[in-house]
Design a protein around this ligand. Structure first.
Ligand code: BGC
Length: 736
C-alpha cells in the first residue's frame, strides 16, 4: 500500500508536491466527460517524469502486434487508446524564468479533485531559481454539460516582485504513446492555424483515419477584469500557439482563460470537423468560465442525485466509493452506443479504452441500476452489433456453423489482444456476454430483447461451446482442454471448472431462450432461426447431450469444485505465507514460478459461484470460499469485489470489509503498485457491487428486488439508490 493522499468525503487531496508519486497522481486526478478525458498532467512545462495522456473516446490505432515467432490465430494488431492532441498546455514565464516544477521549488502545494463538482484544482507558491515568488492556481474541467468543451483558468499572483508574466497557451498534436510497439507515432497532421487569441489543430490517425480537432479561445484578466493584450501567434504542423505578456504588480492576480473545443470524426464529417471544434471553443468562451462552472456543478449534482452512496462513520470508505463512482461516470455516460468502458478508461494507456469481459461481468450492473435501463440495453446491443466479427473470429480458429467467439479485447469487434499465451485461451469471456443478457432480463424484465437481439448472440455462443468441448473416451464424458480461466496465473489448463460451468449454463440458457421466443413470438422465432440456419432437432439434441455429460471436477469427499485438472497436485499454501517483500508476486516472481504455484490471481471458481449462487447451498459456497480465498493474491483489480460480496453473504464481516477497502481504495492506496499506469476503471463497478450486492445484499428474486443488509462494524450507516424497472428504490441501513 502506498498512502500519500488526504482523506475527505468528497475530495481527493494531495498536499505537498510529491514528484515520486506524480505519475500516480496524474492517473488518480484524471478528469473526463465520457467523450474525452485527460490525465492530471501539469498545464505548464514539467521536465520531471510524466505520462502525458489526453484521450478521445472511440479513437484508436491498430498497432501491429509485436511478437517473436508468429503463430496462426495471433491477432494482427493490438488496439491502442490514443494519446491525442494536448489541449491543456500553457507555458508560463515568471518575469523571464520558465515555470517548471521539476526545477522551481514549491510551497503549500495542493492538488484537489473535487468529485462533487467535477473539478481539478491545483494551487501552490513557487520560488524561481532567482528567488521570485508567485502564487499559482489552476482550475480545469471537462464539461459534463457540453461534451465538446473544456476550460482552464490559470492564475498567477506575484508575491515579491512587480514584473511580466508571459503565457504561451498551445495545442500540440505531435504526441506519442508510451506503449507504441515499434516506437511509431500514430498521428499525421491535417491542419493547424492561429488567430490572435485563438487557434486550432486537426490531426488524423494513420491506418484508421480517425480525425480529432481541438480549438482554443483565450481571454486574459487582471484582478478580474478582461484585458486587451497583444498576441503573437505561431503555428506549424500539429501545433498552434499564442504568446502574450502582461505586467503584474505584487499581489495582483492575472488569469488566463483557455476555452477548448474538442471533437472527433466519430461525430462529424472530416469536412466539418475543424469548424465544429472552433464553434465549441467559441461557445465556451461566450458562455464564460463562471457559467460553465455552474453548469458543471449542476450536471454533476444530477449524476450524484442518483448514483451517490453515503457511508456514515468511515471517511476513508466514503471517499473511496465516491472516487469509484466519479470515475465510472467520467468514463462512460451511456449516450453513445458505439462506445464502451475500457479497463483504464481515459486514465492511462495499458488496456486502454478497449472492451473486455469486464463490461459484462462487472460494469453492466452499475449502469443498469444507476442509469436509465436503455444504457444497459445499449451495452448489450454493442455486442450484438459485433456478432458478425465474433463469428469470423471463431471461423479463423476452425469453428463453423455460426459459432461465435467474442474477442477478449476489442475496439470494433475484432480480436486485438497483446498477449497470446494468456488472452487467447480466455474463452470464458463468451460466457460473460451471455450471462449479461440473463442479468439484464432478470433485472429489467425486458424480454423483448431476447427475440430482437439475444437469440442471435446466445445461439452463436452455444454453438461455439458445443464445438469447443470434445468427448473423452477415458472419462466417458465431454471435457474442455486448453483454456485459461479468469485466474490468469494458470495458462492452458484442462477442465477449468468456471469455464466449463458457464459453457454448460450458456447452452442451457440458449435453449431456454429459443423455447421462450418460440412460445411467445412464433413469427420472430421462424425468422430468426431461418436466418441462423438453426437445425432445431439436431442442435438441441447435441447441446442437451453435452449439458448432461460435461465433466466438472470436484475434490473427492467435499463440495469443493476443482479449479482445473491437477490443481490438487500443486504445492498448496496460503498467500499469507508469502513474504510481503515478494508481493505483488507478478512484480517479483518469474512467470514460470507463478504458473507452477497455487496462487490465484482473481476469483475463478468463486467467480462462477458468484454468478450462479442460486445453484449452490450456503455450505458449498462456504467450503469453496474457505478453500480458495486464502490462496488468492488479488493481483487483478477484479478480484476483491467478488470476494467482498461472497464474504458478506457468508456473514464474514471482517473479510467483506477488508476486501471492500481493497477494491475501493485499490488505486487511492495503490495496492498493486500500478496506479501510475492508469486507474482500474472497470473494477470500480465491482466496488459499487460490493456495497450494493455485498453489504446491501441486493438480489432480484422472482421479479422483486430483495435486500439482506450487513452493516460493517466501522460504519454507522449507509444508503444508496437504485433504479429498478422505472422506479427509484432507496436502501438505508443504520444511521443515515
Ligand atoms: C484481468 C482480466 C481483465 C483485464 C482487464 C486482467 O488483469 O486478469 O480478467 O479482463 O485485466 O481488466
Amino acid at each position: 500500500m502506498i498512502q500519500y493522499l488526504t482523506t475527505h468525503p468528497w475530495k481527493i487531496v494531495e498536499e505537498g508536491f510529491q514528484p515520486r508519486h506524480h505519475r500516480s497522481s496524474e492517473s488518480i486526478f484524471s478528469i473526463g466527460n465520457g467523450r474525452f478525458g485527460q490525465r492530471a498532467n501539469h498545464e505548464e512545462t514539467y521536465t520531471g517524469p510524466t505520462l502525458q495522456g489526453s484521450y478521445v473516446a472511440g479513437i484508436y490505432y491498430p498497432d501491429k502486434t509485436r511478437v517473436g515467432w508468429w503463430k496462426n490465430g495471433y491477432p494482427e494488431y493490438f488496439a491502442k487508446v490514443l494519446n491525442s492532441i494536448n489541449w491543456i498546455g500553457i507555458r508560463v514565464w515568471i518575469d523571464g524564468e520558465e515555470l517548471d516544477l521539476a526545477v522551481c521549488s514549491t510551497n503549500n502545494f495542493r492538488r484537489e479533485l473535487d468529485m462533487q463538482k467535477g473539478l481539478l484544482v491545483r494551487s501552490f507558491d513557487v520560488t524561481t531559481i532567482s528567488g521570485k515568488q508567485a502564487r499559482i492556481e489552476s482550475i480545469r474541467f471537462c464539461s459534463m454539460a457540453d461534451y465538446e468543451t473544456a476550460v482552464i483558468r490559470y492564475s498567477v499572483t506575484p508575491l515579491n516582485f512587480d514584473g511580466a508574466i508571459r503565457f504561451t497557451p498551445y495545442l500540440d498534436g505531435d504526441v506519442h504513446n508510451h506503449d507504441s510497439n515499434y516506437d511509431e507515432k500514430f498521428w499525421e497532421p491535417v491542419s493547424s492555424d492561429t488567430t490572435p487569441g485563438g487557434g486550432s489543430v486537426v490531426c488524423r490517425t494513420k491506418k484508421t483515419a480517425f480525425e480529432v480537432a481541438a480549438s482554443m479561445q483565450l481571454d486574459v484578466l487582471l484582478d478580474g477584469a478582461s484585458q486587451s493584450v497583444s498576441y503573437a501567434e505561431f503555428s506549424r504542423d500539429f501545433y498552434s500557439e499564442n504568446n502574450l505578456e502582461i505586467e503584474v504588480k505584487t499581489n495582483q492576480t492575472t488569469q488566463l482563460m483557455k476555452y477548448v473545443g474538442l471533437v472527433s470524426s466519430l461525430n462529424y464529417s472530416t469536412a466539418e470537423l475543424k469548424s465544429a471544434a472552433e464553434r465549441a471553443a467559441l461557445r465556451a468562451k461566450t458562455f464564460g468560465f463562471d457559467k460553465m462552472m455552474s453548469a458543471q456543478v449542476e450536471a454533476w449534482s444530477n449524476i450524484w442525485e442518483m448514483a451517490d452512496i453515503q457511508i456514515v462513520g468511515d471517511d476513508e470508505a466514503q471517499q473511496a466509493i465516491r472516487f469509484n463512482i466519479f470515475h465510472l461516470n467520467q468514463t462512460y455516460t451511456g449516450e453513445d452506443s458505439r462506445l464502451n468502458i475500457g479497463p483504464k478508461g481515459f486514465t492511462g494507456e495499458k488496456y486502454g479504452g478497449s472492451t473486455y469481459w469486464d463490461t459484462e461481468a462487472y460494469c453492466i450492473p452499475f449502469y443498469m441500476s444507476t442509469k436509465n435501463q436503455e444504457v444497459a440495453r445499449q451495452l448489450l446491443v454493442y455486442r450484438h452489433n459485433q456478432l458478425g466479427k465474433a463469428i469470423e473470429n471463431a471461423e479463423k480458429l476452425g469453428f463453423s456453423n455460426g459459432a461465435a467467439l467474442y474477442p477478449m479485447v476489442t475496439m470494433n469487434g475484432e480480436e486485438c489482444h497483446n498477449e497470446w499465451e494468456i488472452t487467447f485461451e480466455e474463452i470464458h469471456r463468451n460466457g460473460a456476454i451471455a450471462y449479461a443478457i440473463h442479468n439484464y432480463i432478470r433485472y429489467t424484465d425486458d424480454h423483448s430483447y431476447l427475440a430482437e437481439y439475444g437469440i442471435d448472440v446466445l445461439t452463436g455462443i452455444a454453438r461455439f461451446w458445443a464445438q469447443r468441448v470434445h468427448w473423452s473416451e477415458a472419462k466417458g464424458m465431454y471435457v474442455m482442454h486448453g483454456v485459461t480461466g479468469p485466474n490468469e496465473y494458470e495458462n492452458n489448463v484442462n477442465n477449468n471448472w468456471y469455464t466449463s460451468y458457464i459453457a454448460r449454463w450458456c447452452m442451457r440458457y440458449a435453449m431456454e431462450t429459443l423455447a421462450y421466443v418460440k412460445h411467445h413470438d412464433a413469427q420472430a422465432y421462424t425468422t430468426k432461426t431461418t436466418a441462423l440456419k438453426f437445425n432445431e432437432a439436431a442442435e438441441i439434441k447435441q447441446w442437451q447431450h453435452i449439458i448432461d455429460n460435461l465433466f466438472l471436477g470436484k475434490k473427492e469427499g467435499s463440495n469443493i469444485f476443482l479449479q482445473q485438472d491437477g490443481f490438487l497436485d500443486k504445492e498448496l499454501r496460503s498467500a499469507s505465507s508469502l513474504n510481503q517483500a515478494e508481493r505483488p508476486i507478478n512484480q517479483h516472481w518469474s512467470w514460470d514460478r507463478i504458473l507452477r504455484s497455487c496462487f490465484i490471481k482473481q476469483a475463478d471458481v468463486l467467480q462462477g459461484i458468484y454468478f450462479f449462487e442460486e445453484d449452490f447451498d450456503m455450505e458449498t459456497i462456504r467450503e469453496n470460499f474457505d478453500y480458495y480465498e486464502p490462496m488468492t493474491v488479488h493481483e487483478s483489480s477484479l478480484s476483491p469485489c467478488v470476494h467482498s460480496i461472497l464474504a458478506a453473504k457468508l456473514g464474514y464481516e471482517e473479510k467483506a470489509y477488508e476486501m471492500y477497502m481493497r477494491t475501493s481504495r485499490l488505486d487511492l492506496d495503490d495496492y498493486n503498485h500500478e496506479a501510475h499506469e492508469g486507474l482500474h476503471i472497470t473494477s470500480m463497478a465491482g466496488t459499487w457491487m460490493s456495497i450494493v450486492q455485498g453489504f446491501g445484499g441486493m438480489r432480484v428474486e422472482n421479479g422483486e428486488l430483495t435486500f439482506n443488509p450487513m452493516l460493517p462494524k466501522k460504519w454507522k450507516g449507509f444508503s444508496f439508490k437504485v433504479m429498478f424497472r422505472g422506479e427509484v428504490k432507496t436502501l438505508k441501513v443504520g444511521e443515515v
